[in-house]
Ligand binder design. Sequence first.
Ligand code: FAD
Length: 362
Amino acid sequence: MKNVLVVGAGYAGSVVAREMADAGRRVFVVDRRHHIAGNAYDEHDAHGVLVHRYGPHIFHTNAARIFEYLSRFTDWRPYEHRVRGIVNGRAYPFPINRDTLNQLYDLDLDEEGAAGFLEQAREPRDPVRTSEDVVLNSVGRDLYEKFFLNYTRKQWGLDPSELKAGVAARIPVRTNTDDRYFTDTFQAMPLHGYTRMFEAMLAHPNITVELGVHFEDVRGDFKRDHTIYTGPIDAYFGYRFGRLPYRSLRFEHEHLPGVHRYQETGTVNYPNDHDYTRITEFKHLTGQQHRGTSIVREYPQAEGDPYYPVPREENEALFKRYEELAKAERDVTFVGRLAQYRYYNMDQVVGAALAAARRLLY
Ligand SMILES: Cc1cc2nc3c(=O)[nH]c(=O)nc-3n(C[C@H](O)[C@H](O)[C@H](O)COP(=O)(O)OP(=O)(O)OC[C@H]3O[C@@H](n4cnc5c(N)ncnc54)[C@H](O)[C@@H]3O)c2cc1C
């Protein structure tokens, strides 16, 4: 295999491109967007604040191998993400921890007391099938209604009872006072941003990148030995079995001149108020010094760019039908969140891309 076409310059495409180039292959990368880095793309806004165009991206992983791999292309700034959830106008630590319980119910629980409180509050469910089951089973109805129910309805346009258990199972409940959103071993932001990290990854004499190019435009006439496809799998097959459902988002960016700090933590969730789910203030994430600040509000919506695969049984079944077609495409590798119809975090997609490259090379 000498010539490789990579469709998509996000994590999946860029990592495979780099691995193939390091192994001596000629790699041609196309992306339909006019920038690299996929959804992790960051840029300076008109006021000079570094913002994430497609919503806040926080890097976290337990995999030293993946952290070390990306460290070839960037230095890091340590950053531990924190989130507050607004309930009845007050901000509480989220995920729910002991301080959340003490502040919300005016209690003075220690760790054991918090565990006992949750044991009393929970509504045991068996089997635990849906996201509603997961949350009721661990924290009970009051906390479910205050922090989860409406947020989930907004985020997914579905009731938690209509979503697979895995969605809510991502969010822990703690009896200690740890208010970090993630507890992974490695938590850091690329020192000069994601886009710079991607620039370094793609800076290789064997790699050519063309932006603003759709796969469909080069599909028939570009001579190659192999294709790495990181776009939507249903699009690749002309939506033969119908469209895979995605949840989309509208991002409303705003610059606040002269405001040094807008909110206490990087992200604040609004489970019960407004049409947006959360506000993120980028200076927390990036550590940038600036006289003003820039924030983004996220409005979930049905139409628009595909962001989140909707985790329901019937969608999984539809994906499996496309996956069968994909297996028969001998000269194409499907990798990434759109091609595998899977909610991947950044570290997971790097892992999937490294594995895909290894399978092709060895
Ligand atoms: C709002 C939001 C917040 C997130 N926050 C986090 C976070 O905090 N931490 C974390 O670890 N992960 C986060 N993620 C997940 C993260 O964005 C993904 O793991 C990662 O971007 C996946 O990389 P990818 O290469 O698979 O896909 P993408 O980044 O989507 O890259 C795919 C690329 O392929 C291109 N493409 C698609 N079809 C075609 C075509 N036909 N022709 C040409 N090009 C095409 C697209 O333009 C795109 O650039 C978040 C995701 C979202 C939506």
